[in-house]
Every structure is written in C-alpha cells, then in structure tokens.
Write a protein that binds this ligand. Structure first.
Ligand code: ADP
Ligand code: MG
Length: 245
C-alpha cells in the first residue's frame, strides 16, 4: 500500500523549547493513523508542520512522494484539515464560508459539492445561518464539510470531536468511517477520545514530550502493556516517568 504521508525525523523548536524532537512515521493510503499523547506532547505542532503552517527546524515531510517544502501549492490542494486554532469566519453564513473555501481550493463543481456535503453532514438547513451563531455540534459538522470541500486525499484532524456531545460525536465518527471506506483517503487523527481511536484507527502513535514513545495497533498496545483497553495504556504511558523520559 502506498504511503501518502511520510514524515522523516522532523524537529520543531520554539526558541529553546523542543516541541517535537525528531519523529518519523508514515500514513498509508486508506489508513486512519491515531495520534495520541497528553497535552503539550507535540501533536498540534506535528499537524501544523504537515499543513505547512509551521516550518520544521529540521527533517523532511513528503506528501504523495512530493517534498512539502518544494511543492506547497500542489500539495495543499490535496490536503485539508480541522484545527481548533483555525476557525471559520464567524460573520459569514455557512454557505458563504463553504463557497469561499471551495474557491480557495479551486473546486470545480462548487454547487454540487456543497449540496453533496450538506446532505451527507446534515447541514442543509444550516446553510443560511450565521456561522458564529451555530452550536458546537453544528459548527463541527460545518468544519467537516469545509475540510472535505476539495475532496482531499489527506485529511489532518486535530481533536475533531472534542467538545461534542456523544450523539454528534458518534455521528461524526460513523461519517468518517464511511467516508474513508468510500474514498480511501489517509487520515491523521489527533484525539483524546480512546474509544474513538480504538474504533477508527488501525494503528496509533503515542507521543510524549515531543517523542513517539510507542506505536502499534490498539490491540498490540493493550496486550503489550497488560491492560484491558487503550485508555489504560494511555494513562500508563503518560504517567510513567523513569521508563520514557
Ligand atoms: P499538543 O497538541 O500535543 O497538546 P502542542 O504541539 O500544542 O502539543 O505543544 C507542544 C509543546 O510546544 C508544548 O510544550 C507547548 O507549550 C509548546 N508550544 C506550542 N506552540 C508554541 C508556540 N507557538 N511557542 C512556544 N511554545 C509552543
Ligand atoms: Mg493540540
């Protein structure tokens, strides 16, 4: 299976702070890779580098075999994302927002694409609402529509279901599962929701203090650490000091 994302020994320093300390991983076509780790472990910084928003201090990123630093425009057209740090303009209506992003990504059949996504994501009746006035569950589904507007082959999701109630969270998870099956996209999913990760991800990376301290399938990690679920593995790894620091 082809690697759509290849991350080779990337580091990111903010001044003296080493936020990401030389990590490497791949995400294959048609794979959802989970990115786990306590707050401050470097997940958002990693995603920021993959999006080209942050320049790695060193190391290399390839998307679809192209070096990110040399092929930014080409690559950004096949990527999209959900990030808590980049919100949709609040004053525009949902439809205006989706139109703006569709144009930004040079989407060909804008009207059909918005119709398709608003049907799938149950936001049809929200299209004329002001984005800033939506509930967090509604906003989340709109962000997902924005993230899929250009039919990305690579989707970077930074805690996409944080702050959602269980019903909406479940709707989003089911949607992602189905969408991935249909389009065979690559997804990097940073999440604190262990049942979500167990359900969606074939394999996971555990980050801590800017390093990958463990990786494998959820089942492998559970067995290896002698626990009964991924939540317990997470707690064990995030609390352990001597072993990994
Ligand atoms: P996570 O997403 O896993 O919570 P982050 O990537 O946001 O982790 O942060 C990793 C580390 O880098 C943290 O110690 C954080 O405080 C630090 N950090 C993040 N952004 C900046 C920044 N712009 N300037 C300085 N330090 C930062
Ligand atoms: Mg983060």
């Amino acid at each position: 299976m082809k690697n759509l994302i290849e991350v080779k020994n990337i580091k990111k320093n903010y001044g003296k702070k080493e936020a990401v300390k030389g990590i490497s991983f791949n995400v294959q076509e048609n794979e959802i890779l989970g990115l786990l780790g306590p707050n401050g472990s470097g997940k958002t910084t990693t995603i920021g580098m993959l999006l080209g928003l942050l320049k790695p201090t060193s190391g290399q990123i390839l998307i679809n075999n192209l070096k990110l630093e040399n092929h930014r425009i080409e690559i950004l057209e096949m990527i999209n994302f959900i990030s808590p740090y980049i919100e949709l303009p609040k004053k525009l209506t949902v439809k205006q927002n989706l139109n703006v992003y569709a144009k930004l990504y040079k989407v060909q059949n804008i009207k059909e694409r918005i119709e398709y996504l608003s049907e799938k994501l149950r936001i049809k009746e929200l299209l004329d609402s002001i984005t800033g006035e939506l509930s967090s569950g509604q906003k989340n589904r709109v962000s997902l529509a924005k993230a899929l507007i250009n039919e990305p082959r690579v989707l970077l999701l930074d805690e996409p279901t944080a702050s959602l109630d269980p019903e909406v969270g479940d709707f989003v998870r089911t949607f992602l599962e189905e969408y991935k099956k249909e389009k065979k996209i690559s997804v990097l999913l940073a999440s604190h929701n262990m049942s979500e990760v167990t359900r969606l991800c074939k394999s996971v990376l555990m980050m801590k203090n800017g390093e990958i301290i463990d990786q494998g399938t959820p089942d492998d990690l559970i067995t290896k650490h002698g626990r009964t679920n991924l939540e317990e593995v997470f707690l064990k790894l995030s609390r352990s000091k001597s072993e990994f620091n």
